[in-house]
Design a protein around this ligand. Structure first.
Ligand code: NAP
Length: 262
């Protein structure tokens, strides 16, 4: 019997890599995507875990990139969509390159929901499927020195709950994984290595992925990975936004890591 198929975006590293590994170990075939060549070697690793794996190197910030990924499934029904690809961008908003900022929005929001719409329509028609978004606890707080990124994650956290409600009783579940700071390439790529958050101890991406995968399989609405993050998000829910923005500054202000290390 054919195995179920999972699409995992951003599977070349970090949380997405671990999600794809778990999918392979738990009996899914895979279609994995990322925008750098490393996705090919990641696919090889997943293959060695017993899954049939297709991979595609494509920029999921573009509709063409998402179309290519969707086409790569070649009409095979998708049982699980793990929409995880995303990246951040540190420094003050006025000091960021606008194209870089737009790429964060286009990857984290536009490409993500475009893919979710295409795959979600098929799932609804089949009355079967699971969608897991990688949101973030960053969506609960204004992201001083990560303003655009946190905004995108607030969008995804919110969107995920709304889509879940729309798809109630259709056989399609929608789950939002909300990690806290996790030890991945995220901070390097977002130019946050000179910050307190960039230099802090972080969660293990394998643990975070396991929490997300299990929540998706249970069909839960959301899951915050780790008790410290659960506490942080509970406090964030009752803290004024201006206070949260100032707290965030302490974690992500350029040079804050160096100061903290002295
Ligand atoms: N690390 C954290 O602290 C943390 C916390 C909360 C939420 N998250 C979220 O977790 C998700 C995964 O991030 P991560 O921490 O695992 O970081 P990561 O190790 O940098 O992984 C990001 C993945 O997304 C892919 N990606 C990024 N932009 C893409 C694009 N435009 N098109 C195709 N692929 C793209 C990357 O592929 P390439 O390398 O090929 O670009 C990579 O596979 C993101 O959505 C992030 O916002 C992370």
């Amino acid at each position: 019997m054919a195995k179920p198929l999972a699409i995992v975006t951003g599977a070349s590293s970090g949380i997405g890599y671990e999600l794809a590994k778990i999918c392979a170990q738990e009996g899914f075939d895979l279609l994995v995507a990322a925008d750098m060549p490393e996705i090919a070697s990641a696919a090889e690793t997943f293959r060695n875990l017993g899954a049939a794996v297709d991979h595609i190197q494509t920029d999921l910030a573009t509709t063409e990139g998402v179309d290519q990924l969707y086409a790569a499934a070649r009409g095979r029904p998708v049982d699980a969509l793990l929409a995880n690809a995303g990246h951040g961008l540190g420094k003050g908003f006025l000091d960021q390159d606008f194209d870089d900022a737009r790429h964060v929005v286009d990857t984290n929001i536009t490409g993500t929901i475009y893919l979710a719409q295409k795959v979600g329509r098929d799932m609804r028609a089949r009355r079967r499927g699971r969608i897991l978004f990688t949101g973030s606890i960053a969506g609960f707080m204004p992201g001083t020195y990560q303003a655009v990124y946190n905004g995108t994650k607030a969008f995804i956290d919110s969107f995920s709950f709304a889509l879940r409600a729309e798809l109630k009783d259709t056989g399609v579940t929608v789950t939002c994984l909300m990690p806290g700071a996790t030890e991945t390439d995220f901070f390097e790529r977002a130019d946050l290595m000179d910050t307190k958050i960039g230099q802090s101890k972080k969660d293990d991406p394998a643990d975070v992925a396991r929490v997300g995968f299990d929540a998706m399989m249970r069909g839960d609405g959301d899951v915050v990975a780790g008790w410290k993050n659960k506490l942080q998000s509970a406090i964030a829910n009752v803290t004024p936004a201006a206070v949260l923005a100032e707290q965030h500054r302490k974690m992500t202000e350029p040079g804050s890591g160096v100061k903290a290390a002295k």
